[in-house]
Design a protein around this ligand. Structure first.
Ligand SMILES: [Zn+2]
Length: 72
């Protein structure tokens, strides 16, 4: 695998040159963490790790059923 998440044969293949474009999507869980860790005065304690925790699990929109292979 390449760092981009695709098989190297695919993304590093000259036959595929020009077949990709830039897109973006927002992960709101990561946004919450990055807003905290990106603050100017941010200074973590040794070993301190940050993760996104639901404020209220019942308010989070989730899939109730996902057919096989559609996760993600
Ligand atoms: Zn790649």
């Amino acid at each position: 695998m390449c760092a981009c998440g695709r098989p190297k044969f695919e993304c590093r293949n000259e036959a595929n040159a020009g077949l990709y474009e830039v897109a973006d999507i927002t992960c709101y869980a990561s946004a919450a963490v990055e807003e905290h860790t990106g603050q100017e005065k941010f200074k973590p304690e040794p070993g301190q790790r940050f993760y996104a925790k639901e404020i209220d699990e019942e308010l989070v929109t989730r899939r109730t059923f996902a057919p096989r292979g559609s996760e993600g």
